[in-house]
Design a protein. Structure first.
Length: 60
């Protein structure tokens, strides 16, 4: 697992999500650990290295 830190698009607090580096491209929804709003996340890995990460408000 790969821990990635970023700012929540709702409350702007720094949070982290655990990403599965064995999956080359993934999109999923997870709630912010601070404000509990749903965040849509897209992550891309190449050889277990994070090469793409986007997080935005659900439905945006």
């Amino acid at each position: 697992m790969y821990e990635h830190f970023f700012q929540c698009p709702y409350c702007w607090e720094e949070i982290s999500f655990l990403l599965d580096a064995s999956v080359s491209r993934q999109t999923y929804v997870e709630d912010c650990e601070v404000c509990c709003n749903p965040i849509e996340v897209t992550a891309g890995f190449e050889n277990t290295e994070l090469v793409e990460f986007e997080a935005w408000e659900l439905g945006q």
